[in-house]
Design a protein around this ligand. Structure first.
Ligand SMILES: [Zn+2]
Length: 289
């Protein structure tokens, strides 16, 4: 594991295995029922023990961004904080605070309530957070992303710090990528051709309702024309300039529900846990496979 971690173990002789209590749900799947260790809750001198006791650190990335009249501004932060909490329990990870002030694209940046940090500042800011996390002794960091605008700065920041600490590794993944359009079509939870994806659309609205149903007001929005299905080919990135007529969300939002959201969040969470387990069990493999 991390160089600081090993040294701390040798120096202090401490090893505090994390106790994770798991209850079994009716389906037989494990259901996390305890809270993760959070960085902001660690008391000063307990930090070394807390770092040593966890296999990795999770850094959730969210946003403050207009998501239509029916969703909270913190939609991305709420979803990713909720998923990160559960993933942290299931993977024995140390949970860092969610980064909420991030880069938002021009389409949403002009809506009141969106706070957008410019790309170069965001990249430097994330690099500083990662650098400090490595310095804490967390040699395995999982950047768990909840917002499209974080992909560019996130990868840029990782590239910047990756070489700075020996024997370290940083993984980046976005929660919605574990719900590809093909899978969404099979699940048939939403009727639109792209399976419910889209900013503030039925998939995302359901996901935030899974965690905070009290903050979602479906009656405040009406259904919009179905977004086109551009899936099935290679991954792409499309950025448009400001569209003054766009209402800041997309799709048939009336099909959203917290029940669907809980199902989707669980699928994503299971996929994320599998990715982390695969990553850590192949930790010795050379290169960036
Ligand atoms: Zn979002």
């Amino acid at each position: 594991m991390a160089y600081f971690t090993r040294r701390d173990v040798l120096r202090t002789g401490i090893f505090v295995p994390a106790t994770i209590s798991m209850a079994f749900s009716e389906s037989g799947a494990t259901e996390p029922d305890s809270h993760p260790k959070r960085l902001e809750e660690v008391t000063g001198f307990e930090l070394d023990a807390a770092v040593v006791a966890h296999r990795l650190a999770i850094l959730p990335l969210g946003s403050l961004e207009f998501h239509g009249p029916h969703n909270p501004l913190g939609t991305d932060s709420i979803i990713i904080s909720g998923i990160a909490e559960r993933v942290a329990v299931r993977t024995n990870a140390f949970l860092l605070p969610t980064v909420t002030f991030t880069l938002c694209p021009s389409q949403t940046a002009h809506f009141r309530g969106t706070v957008s940090i410019r790309p170069e500042v965001m990249t430097m800011y994330l690099a500083e957070i990662l650098r400090n996390t490595l310095r804490l002794g967390c040699g395995r960091i999982f950047v768990l992303n909840g917002h499209d605008g974080n992909i560019g700065p996130g990868r840029g920041a990782i590239s910047e710090v990756a070489h700075e600490a020996p024997d370290s590794a940083i993984l980046f993944a976005s929660w919605w990528e574990f719900l590809p359009t093909e899978l969404m079509k099979k699940l048939a939870l939403f009727s639109q051709p792209n399976g419910g994806h889209g900013h503030g659309g039925p998939l995302e609205t359901s996901a935030v309702a899974a965690f905070r149903p009290d903050l979602v007001r479906l009656s405040a929005a009406h259904d919009l024309p179905e977004p086109p299905d551009l899936s099935g080919g290679p991954p792409y990135f499309l950025q448009k300039s400001i569209a003054p007529e766009w209402p800041g969300y997309s799709g048939k939002v009336s099909e959203a529900s917290s029940e669907k959201g809980r199902q989707l969040v669980r699928i994503s969470e299971d996929g994320i846990v599998k990715l982390v387990e695969n990553w850590l069990s192949n930790d010795d493999a050379p290169g960036s496979w």
